[in-house]
Design a protein around this ligand. Structure first.
Ligand SMILES: C[S@@+](CC[C@H](N)C(=O)[O-])C[C@H]1O[C@@H](n2cnc3c(N)ncnc32)[C@H](O)[C@@H]1O
Length: 244
């Protein structure tokens, strides 16, 4: 019964997702209020636990979630990255998981299209005490060069400097944005790219690209899993190592 109800809440949450990537009923701000009221300050584990609790018991949110989050945790820990890039911050949940798994001297740069989501994430990160290890940048990699040049000129993104990328934004932009990163020459052999939602909602061109280049330019592991916060809809997370 619990599983069926969480699936219904999942579909209901999606139905209200607006074109600006907010559900539109204030639930992202409600999440930040809930975290500040219920999670222990500067306790990252408790902040992550509190966000999951909110999503299972109050309102569905499009975070990577706990099940796929564990795949992300393991990929980050195995890569031991120093410089990381996330596309799609939303409320900062995946960034919390990444920050917890990455080395203490690593920095995560997270790109978010919607300034209201970036503000929610910043508030939650400050509560978790990771505000100095995660940098949110409002923009997109496809905004005519503005965000790419900010990364190059203000944040020292140089050739071969990027160890880890998490793709979790608009699915049609996974492949174009990967190409933008490759054109900048930021990856090095051994850099890891993790992509969420490859089965649901689906990023078929991205999956086909990785299959086409398997063992030539990329080596990919496909993780079979479920869409966030329910056990009915199946999803895939791709973990790809760049071979150069
Ligand atoms: C699925 S949510 C990200 C969830 C987040 N990674 C997590 O697990 O906590 C997608 C986010 O990507 C943002 N977004 C949409 N298009 C984007 C783009 N081209 N570049 C960066 N962010 C984008 C949306 O505003 C939304 O906040």
């Amino acid at each position: 019964m619990f599983l069926r109800w969480s699936y219904v809440r999942f579909l209901f949450g999606l139905r209200h997702m607006g074109a600006n990537w907010q559900v539109g009923d204030g639930r992202e701000q409600a999440l930040a209020d809930y975290v500040c009221a219920h999670a222990r300050r500067h306790d990252i584990d408790d902040v992550i636990r509190t966000i999951d609790e909110f999503c299972y018991t109050k309102s569905y949110l499009i975070n990577v979630g706990d099940e796929k989050g564990r795949i992300l945790d393991r990929a980050v820990a195995a890569a031991r990255p120093r410089r990381l890039l996330e596309l799609g911050t939303y409320c900062g949940y995946s960034a919390l998981r990444i920050a917890r798994a990455m080395p203490a001297d690593a920095v995560l740069y997270s790109i978010e299209f919607n300034p209201a989501n970036a503000a929610v994430a910043q508030r939650i990160w400050d509560h978790a005490g990771i505000g100095d290890r995660v940098v949110v940048i409002v923009g997109t990699l496809g905004d005519g060069g503005r965000t790419l040049s900010a990364l190059r000129e203000e944040h020292e993104f140089i050739s071969g400097s990027l160890d880890f990328v998490f793709l979790d934004h608009v699915k049609e932009e996974y492949l174009p944005d990967l190409h933008r990163i490759l054109e900048q020459d930021w990856l090095r052999p051994g850099s890891v790219v993790v992509a969420d939602n490859v089965k649901y909602p689906g990023a078929p061109e991205y999956r086909a690209f990785m299959r086409q280049h398997e063992r030539v330019r990329w080596r990919t592991r496909e993780h079979r899993t479920h869409a966030e916060y329910q056990k009915v809809l199946k999803d895939l997370v791709l973990e790809s190592t760049y071979l150069g």
